[in-house]
Design a protein around this ligand. Structure first.
Ligand SMILES: [Cu+2]
Length: 259
C-alpha cells in the first residue's frame, strides 16, 4: 500500500536542520584591487540624454511554483500569503519586473565618477530584497539582514572573486565591493536553498531595473552610439542599438516571449 503524498505546491521540500549552522568559508576582502570606473573623457553634464523604455512580455502569464516553507518559523512569521518564485514573474500589465537594462557597449570612452552612494541587499522573510540589483565596479555593497535567523550569502561569480559568508541575526552588515564588470552574478543562501538574487556589476552607472510597471529610465548618457542589453532571469537577454544625441531622450522597448 502506498500513500499518496499531498504535495501540491512546492519547489522542493528542504529540511532546515542546518539552519543556524555557520558555514563561513572565506572572508577575503576585495577592496584593495578595485578598478575604478572611467579613465576616459569626462562626461559633459550639459549634453547628457536619457534612455527610457518598457520591457514587455508577449504570451500568457506563466504559472509559477510556490515557495512552500512552512517548516521555517521565520517564513511562517513573515509570510501570510503564498510566495511564488520570482524568476519568470510577469506583471499584471504584461510587462516584466526585475529586468536588468544596462548600457553594454559604447560608453567606455567616457569616465564616470565612482558613485558615492552604497548599494544594499537585504534578507527579509528568507527572501533577498531586491531580487535584482546593480552596482558599479568599486562601489560599496552591503549585505544586511532583517531576519532573526542565520543566512549564508554566497555569490557565484565567473569573473569576480567568490565568497561565502554566514550572517547571524543582528550581525553587522557584510561590506563588499566587486572588482570586475559581470552581468549577472547569481547569489544563493546555503541555508535556504530557495533564496536567490542577481547582482549586475557594471563599468558605469548606466543601468536600471524594471519594477511593477515594467518601465526603466537610464539618465546621464553622453551623446553616442550604444548597445543596450535587457537581461532577465526567466526569458533570456536581448540587445538593441541606439543613438542618443545631445540632451536627447530616446525610447527603447524590449519584448520577451515565453522560453
Ligand atoms: Cu538564508
Amino acid at each position: 500500500m502506498t500513500k499518496l503524498l499531498g504535495i501540491t505546491t512546492l519547489v522542493a521540500v528542504f529540511l532546515l536542520a542546518g539552519c543556524g549552522k555557520k558555514q563561513t568559508e572565506t572572508s577575503e576582502e576585495t577592496t584593495s584591487t578595485a578598478e575604478q570606473p572611467g579613465g576616459g573623457t569626462p562626461v559633459d553634464q550639459a549634453t547628457v540624454g536619457e534612455l527610457t523604455g518598457k520591457v514587455s512580455f508577449q504570451g500568457p502569464k506563466p504559472k509559477l511554483p510556490t515557495i512552500h516553507m512552512d517548516q521555517d518559523p521565520v517564513w511562517v512569521q513573515k509570510h501570510s500569503a503564498a510566495v511564488h518564485v520570482e524568476d519568470g514573474q510577469v506583471n499584471d500589465n504584461g510587462t516584466l519586473p526585475n529586468a536588468f537594462v544596462y548600457v553594454k557597449d559604447g560608453a567606455d570612452k567616457y569616465s564616470f565618477p565612482a558613485p558615492t552612494s552604497s548599494v544594499s541587499l537585504d534578507q527579509d522573510g528568507c527572501m533577498y530584497k531586491p531580487h535584482v540589483l546593480g552596482v558599479v565596479v568599486g562601489q560599496d555593497f552591503h549585505v544586511i539582514s532583517s531576519d532573526p535567523t542565520t543566512h549564508n550569502i554566497h555569490p557565484m561569480p565567473k569573473d569576480n572573486r567568490e565568497w561565502n559568508e554566514s550572517q547571524p541575526p543582528h550581525a553587522a552588515p557584510l561590506d563588499k565591493k566587486f572588482t570586475r564588470p559581470e552581468v549577472m552574478i547569481p547569489v544563493k543562501c546555503n541555508q535556504h536553498p530557495w533564496m536567490r538574487a542577481y547582482i549586475g556589476v557594471t563599468k558605469n552607472p548606466l543601468f536600471a531595473v524594471t519594477g511593477s510597471d515594467g518601465t526603466f529610465s537610464i539618465k546621464g548618457l553622453p551623446p553616442g552610439d550604444y548597445t543596450v542589453e535587457a537581461w532577465t532571469a526567466g526569458f533570456g537577454t536581448q540587445e538593441q542599438k541606439v543613438t542618443v544625441g545631445p540632451k536627447e531622450t530616446k525610447t527603447v522597448d524590449f519584448a520577451f516571449k515565453p522560453s
